[in-house]
Design a protein around this ligand. Structure first.
Ligand SMILES: Cc1cc2nc3c(=O)[nH]c(=O)nc-3n(C[C@H](O)[C@H](O)[C@H](O)COP(=O)(O)OP(=O)(O)OC[C@H]3O[C@@H](n4cnc5c(N)ncnc54)[C@H](O)[C@@H]3O)c2cc1C
Length: 413
């Protein structure tokens, strides 16, 4: 490659990037939202390629060690979130530890506890990741690991910005993959941002969780006969969702800034090691540290619709799925299709933690079960757009709703 040094210190190059493949739908990011989108599009007859920059599927839910399906119920004994979220929850515990309370039967809590236990479970992160690989592979999704979606190729057509495919970077170098629809599920709206779609950012608190086993936890696992009890959490920064525990003098982290990601990783790892140094070295082991940053919300689409905290209990005709509040028992929401798209940007859709949610509405929308529900809807919308050659922001909503309902998604509360 020839480079020309520029006066401002940068370099310039004109490079040819080879066409490496094509698919109806390209999914950039293999978190739970990306897996749901890829699976759904493949189940609806599309050729699908999924790019994942790490070496496993599941994103924060597996690699980020956030292996907990938050509640999928209304807090009063009725399940709200079904569809692919239910399918993934069942898959996550099929061959590994974890279970929902046995009082739950067919979406209703029939046990005696008051208030009812919530419909949620922990799961083995790594076993779930393997199960996702098997599931997507058997559905015909082409999985490309160790591959970063580096840029998006666009053109202007009839006043809209249209995506033509994705530039990737992998071991073989730069490559171009052509597609009809791109699903940006990078968790950071990387491609939407590069395409020029409106996006919004949020700073992140100091969270870094690892897993330790020690003599006590081994004893507990042995006594209970449940290997899931072997893990203990260890933190190199333990702020919760609301920022409690974040050091006063520490600036928030910008999850879209490379400097901040390294600043976060170095300081979190050193602080975790400092804690571990205090223990007897033969009494415990650190068995896992997160393989991706523990940032909850970084950058998201500013979509045609935005889920706001005050939207609870509002019925929306363009809902693509009902969801609940994982923290409270009172609030139910309907997710509008517009949180996934922006008018004027065609051939691109998002889901998961980059769907359009505001304030606590973003928090409700981004956690694992809703991320799967929006991923499923995005995959279906992508498939319909490919089939009908229709603009991604103008789907036949009734048709999407009917198909999703047949797939066990609850559309309205
Ligand atoms: C500290 C913390 C605690 C949490 N606790 C819970 C909890 O208890 N329960 C719960 O339900 N939710 C919890 N969440 C939220 C939840 O884990 C995430 O919001 C959800 O998993 C998001 O899924 P996603 O697929 O949208 O994004 P991600 O999981 O972020 O997936 C994005 C994927 O894209 C990949 N990627 C990124 N950029 C590129 C690129 N350019 N090219 C290719 N691949 C790329 C990443 O490697 C990753 O695999 C927590 C989150 C955090 C940070």
């Amino acid at each position: 490659m020839e480079y020309k040094l520029l006066n401002d210190g940068g370099v310039e190059s004109l490079m040819k990037i080879p066409l490496r493949g094509s698919a109806d739908v390209i999914v950039a990011g293999g978190g739970v939202a990306g897996c749901a989108a890829a699976l759904e599009a493949a189940r609806h007859g599309c050729s699908v390629i999924l790019f994942e920059k790490s070496m496993m599927l599941g994103g924060l839910a597996t690699l980020g060690l956030v292996n907990w399906f938050v509640p999928m119920d209304d807090g009063k004994g009725r399940q709200v979130i079904f569809g692919m979220a239910e399918e993934f929850l069942r898959l996550s515990i099929k061959y590994g530890y974890g279970d929902v309370n046995p009082g739950w039967k067919n979406g209703i809590y029939e046990g005696k506890s008051e208030p009812p236990p919530r419909y949620c479970t922990g799961f083995s992160a790594d076993i779930f990741a393997l199960c996702l690989t098997e599931l997507l592979n058997s559905a015909g999704v082409e999985l490309r690991f160790d591959t970063s979606a580096a840029d998006i190729v666009t053109r202007e057509e009839n006043g809209a910005v249209v995506s033509d495919g994705v530039i990737i970077y992998d071991k073989s170098g730069l490559g171009f993959y052509k597609s009809k629809v791109v699903v940006d599920v990078t968790g950071d709206a990387d491609l939407l941002y590069k395409m020029g779609a409106p996006t919004l950012k949020r700073g992140n608190y100091d969270s870094y969780f690892g897993k330790v086993i020690n003599m006590d936890s081994i004893k507990k696992a042995l006594e209970s006969g449940n290997i899931g009890n072997i893990y203990r959490g260890v933190s190199g920064g333990h702020s919760n969702l609301y920022g409690h525990g974040h050091p006063i003098d520490m600036p928030l982290f910008d999850g879209t800034d490379a400097n901040d990601i390294s600043r976060y990783t170095v300081s979190s790892q050193i602080r975790m090691l400092e804690k571990l140094k205090k223990d007897d070295r033969l009494s415990r082991d650190l068995v896992q540290i997160p393989g991706m940053v523990n940032f909850r919300a970084t950058r998201r689409l500013d979509g045609d619709a935005t889920l706001r905290p005050e939207d609870s209990w509002i019925r929306y005709d363009d809902s693509i799925g009902a969801i609940c509040d994982f923290d409270g028992r009172e609030y139910l929401y309907e997710v509008r299709y517009g949180v996934l798209v922006k008018t004027g940007f065609d051939g691109i859709i998002t889901a998961g933690r980059t769907a359009s949610g505001d304030g606590y509405g973003w928090d409700v929308l981004r956690v694992i079960p809703p991320a799967i529900i929006t991923g499923q809807a995005a995959g279906l919308a992508a498939a319909e757009s490919v089939k009908n050659k229709s603009r991604i922001w103008e789907p036949d909503i009734r048709k999407l709703q009917n198909i999703l309902e047949r797939e066990n998604v609850k559309i309205h509360n």
